[in-house]
Design a protein around this ligand. Structure first.
Ligand code: 5GP
Length: 192
């Protein structure tokens, strides 16, 4: 894998922090030349998600085969039997198109990417104002069962501890402000 092409912009956060909305906003800013790194996952499709756009939805068996073939930059069993990972081919594709790769990925995965490409990566931790607010957002989304929400909240509590290891903490208590701040941060980083 080439290590001297393009940048990696990592947005990590507990789910319900608003990071996906921020990432989508950044992707609309043509001047930033970003392309979304589509992760592979073994979890079921949710709501309006599209295969090959939101994720590459693959079977657990295919996922494990690709791990064995060394096709991932990083992968993780984020929830039990639900694997998620970043394919090398995905980042290669983005860089080959002259773009920077932007990631919507969990905290552990985000840290792994930062460690693999320390100079080329901007790692941003998106922090919801509080766990209570995050739980409220997950409920409003109405896409998860009560059990899933509880699982996500527990994971978030663990993930908050990693915030300090990121390059930047972006507190999302006002979405419009957070979007603007993200634009400035990324714009500054890709000019370096
Ligand atoms: P969701 O099921 O809500 O789409 O995602 C669950 C968690 O997995 C989120 O925190 C999401 O950011 C994370 N995730 C998505 N793609 C990847 C990936 O490629 N690698 C890792 N480690 N986590 C990911």
């Amino acid at each position: 894998m080439h290590k001297n092409k393009g940048k990696l912009i990592v947005f990590s956060a507990p789910s319900g922090s608003g990071k996906t909305t921020i990432v989508h906003h950044l992707l609309k800013q043509k001047a930033l030349h970003l392309d979304f790194s589509i992760s592979a996952t073994s979890r079921e499709r949710r709501g309006k998600e599209i295969d090959g756009e939101d994720y590459h939805f693959i079977t657990l068996e295919d996922f494990k085969n690709q791990i064995n073939k060394g096709e991932f930059i990083e992968w993780e069993e984020v929830y039990q039997n639900n694997f998620y990972g970043t394919l090398k081919s995905e980042v290669e594709r983005i860089w080959a198109n002259g773009k920077h790769a932007i990631f919507d990925i969990d905290v552990i995965g985000g840290m792994r990417i930062k460690r693999k490409f320390p100079e080329q990566t901007l790692a941003v931790f998106v922090q919801p104002p509080s766990i209570e607010e995050m739980e409220k957002r997950l409920r409003n989304r109405q896409t998860d069962t009560e059990e899933k929400i509880k699982e996500r909240v527990a994971k978030a509590e663990r993930e908050f501890k990693f915030a300090k290891d990121f390059d930047v903490i972006l507190v999302n208590d006002n979405l419009e402000t957070a979007k603007k701040e993200a634009e400035i941060l990324v714009g500054g980083f890709i000019k370096k």
